[in-house]
Design a protein around this ligand. Sequence first.
Ligand code: ATP
Ligand code: MG
Length: 557
Amino acid sequence: MSSEREPVPHFIRNIIEDDLKSGKHQTIVTRFPPEPNGYLHVGHAKSICLNFGLALDFNGKCNLRFDDTNPEKESEEYARSIQDDVRWLGFQWDGEVRWASDYFDALYAYAVELIKAGKAYVCDLTPDEMREYRGTLTAPGKNSPYRERSVAENLDLFARMKNGEFPDGSKVLRARIDMASPNINLRDPAIYRIRRAHHIRTGDQWCIYPMYDYTHCISDALEGITHSLCTLEFEDHRPLYDWVLDNITIPCHPRQYEFSRLELQYTITSKRKLNQLVTEKRVSGWDDPRMPTIAGMRRRGYTPAGIREFARRIGISKSDNVIDMAVLEGCIREDMETSVPRVMAVVKPLKVVLTNFVAGETQSREAGFHPNHPEFGSREVPIAREIWIESDDFSETPPPGWQRLIPGGEVRLRYSYVIKCDEVIKDAAGNVVELRCSLDAETLGKNPQGRKVKGVIHWVSAEHALAAEIRLYDRLFTVARPDSDKERDFHEFLNPESLAVVQGWVETCVRDAAPETCYQFERLGYFCTDRREHRPGDKLVFNRTVTLKDTWAKESV
Ligand code: ATP
Ligand code: MG
């Protein structure tokens, strides 16, 4: 794993430094507050790296808190996957996992406090009426006819809401703020609703659930959060966050700061839309390696260090954060360049018969797993009469500058001999199906006498290599911003060629690699072994993580 770089300064980091310097806070407490209604995506990774990263850098704490206030959409599976993802990214939350539902009693008591102070009321408007009374961005709202209910009546009705005396959706508890506020979030927002839904933690204990805005600020305060960091769409909710905390008896008032959401080109970062791809079976699951989910990136072979470096590089600000996929791929490639072993594999095999190699004989040569890391060890690379080479490494009509194999030409087999193509064998349709080559026995570890052979290609011994299914992934969408088109639905931009499955051959030494082990396949890219449940018939399966920049030409024989 490459070592972590210096933190990049940003406005939130500056605020924290100032708060610690001025003595406003002795230590910081942040939190990551996902709703367990889907798997986390790369945008969440940004938020995780920010919240947990700041806590680490400033010797503070970061909580993991599930915002579990929408029981219908939430599940244990999602909650489990989120914990796995945070840990896999290399972070650990402070103490136990927290749940907004842990605070349901406290939240109820604070609502009663608001009612007693005349700052909340039970409202019977229907959803349609509610919308009508709310007003618009340009027109003020008007007061609900239920706004002047007495404290006693409100206390009674709220208790009966809790006790299940009213049907779902028939009443809400609203904060009593200001129906004429220019900020619509302050026009008497609902803070409790009636919903008979089974909750993953509290079961059927409650039939009323607090709303997100009301829950979030109180949860933050109860946990002593100092800096509550969220994305920009919550900026307009901040006055409500502050209003709630200012109007109840709670000793702590965290400050909310907003930063821009990450948007990654050629993919989507919305749990709802990702969920659609899964339920419509456009992908094989939340952890499909084409998905921008943390689980998908993990299966694809992306490394935690690479993702953390990506988060560091894209930074934190309030301006648009639309990032090219190449930035993420670059971080992954950079991390893998120095951290994973290199072996040879052939993904589009073309058979080569070495005519002057004795049938049945095997030779082998030791080769290190990494040119700059002898500590990675080495393996024997066997060679026999028949080998596989990449069909793209042979051409009868090569473009200018071609340094690979041509009829009558020579090329070096990586870690092995120079071979010469003597004969091209074709099928009836004229496709090249086999090459007959001779090897120059004087070229093992040394250059041939009197001539230069520039090209070096990868290969594997046909007799020794392992068959593998190799999954080549491309972008999931064909356009950079699939969900920003107002006219056209994001489904229209799904890339039909985002997955190609090929049967290839890999060196034997990978046979017992644990699931999620990454390799560089020389000259092809980085590949990662898949987990058992994704290997049909326990076949060896590699997912292509990312292609390689072609630096091959500079490397030695
Ligand atoms: P989505 O819109 O994909 O459903 P969400 O914001 O509803 O995401 P939450 O589970 O509520 O999902 O998010 C948990 C935290 O992650 C929040 O603090 C949220 O601001 C942050 N977050 C979500 N998406 C992004 C993103 N694209 N970039 C940065 N942070 C994000
Ligand atoms: Mg959300």
